[in-house]
Design a protein around this ligand. Structure first.
Ligand SMILES: Nc1ncnc2c1ncn2[C@@H]1O[C@H](COP(=O)(O)OP(=O)(O)OP(=O)(O)O)[C@@H](O)[C@H]1O
Length: 256
């Protein structure tokens, strides 16, 4: 699904990612850990194609297409979706109109915007401007709703837990799981088996706390340290290790 080869990325004059390789298979969920400032968000923003992140070397291949220098809209059309850590407020644009733009709803048996919004308890917010005065949990639910409407093949989640209380975490975690399972906009004429075969969603998720791991099936994880990936393993094991020893072992792992 996604292949990143020897990726180098600069922000301004500073090289933040320096020679990163990563493969994520179809339907696989990959968890990214790492200390503050190590380059995790930079990787996600680069994959989505944002302009401040300059690729100075390497390649990004998505579903067989070289998207290293493709514009954001082309990546979104190909099937990459992203939930931001701190998405911007957009005055004058309702959440409903953005969600409508994300996909085809109420057509050919697909769920309507109102149906999707109800699933993340967001129906009362549809006519408010995007993120205007939204609480931390509301911002995450709005992000999820947009992703559910888009139904991408690869979902990039930047810290789905940040600013979210425990009750909202359960809702967000369960919705993220459905999104990764590909069941967000069920088609009434197709069986679950057919839909699963048709749409396997891959995930790349940044987490510090690991709360999201209580809800999703995470296959594999790695630690980002100073723009390099290291310490591959089962996400739960990595989290436990970081909890006990911090990131100092990763420095040793990188210097091997
Ligand atoms: N627009 C920018 N201009 C200059 N430096 C930047 C910019 N955006 C990010 N950086 C720097 O790039 C480095 C990597 O930042 P990034 O946000 O990718 O880290 P992160 O691993 O996601 O951190 P966190 O866990 O705190 O979210 C940091 O040192 C950050 O200050």
């Amino acid at each position: 699904m996604l292949k990143i080869e020897d990726l180098h990325v600069k922000i301004g004059e500073r090289e933040v990612l320096n020679g990163l390789d990563l493969h994520i298979a179809e339907g696989e969920t990959f968890i990214l850990f790492g200390p503050n400032g190590s380059g995790k968000t930079t990787l996600l923003m680069t994959l989505m194609g944002f302009g401040n992140y300059t690729v100075t070397g390497g390649r990004i291949i998505f579903k067989g297409h070289d998207i290293t220098y493709a514009p954001i809209h082309e990546r979104a059309r190909l099937g990459i979706g992203m939930s931001f850590q701190r998405p911007p407020t957009i005055h004058g644009v309702s959440t409903r109109s953005l969600v409508e733009l994300c996909g085809k709803h109420g057509q050919n048996g697909h769920a309507s915007v109102d149906d999707l919004a109800e699933r993340v308890n967001f129906d009362h917010f549809l006519d408010r401007d995007i993120n205007a005065g939204f609480s931390g949990g509301e911002i995450k639910r709005s992000e999820l709703l947009q992703l559910m409407a888009q139904a991408p093949d690869l979902v990039l989640f930047d810290e789905p837990e940040s600013g979210v209380d425990l009750e909202n975490m359960a809702l967000i975690g369960k919705s993220a799981r459905k999104l990764l399972d590909g069941f967000v906009a069920p088609h009434p004429q197709k069986s679950m088996k057919e839909q699963r075969a048709r749409h396997k969603t891959s995930g790349l998720i940044i987490t510090h706390t690991g709360y999201i791991l209580d809800y999703i099936n995470a296959d594999r994880g790695q630690v980002m340290f100073n723009g390099h990936l290291c310490c591959e393993g089962r996400p739960r094991d990595i989290l436990e290790h970081i909890g006990k020893y911090g990131y100092k072992e990763c420095v040793r792992c990188l210097s091997k």
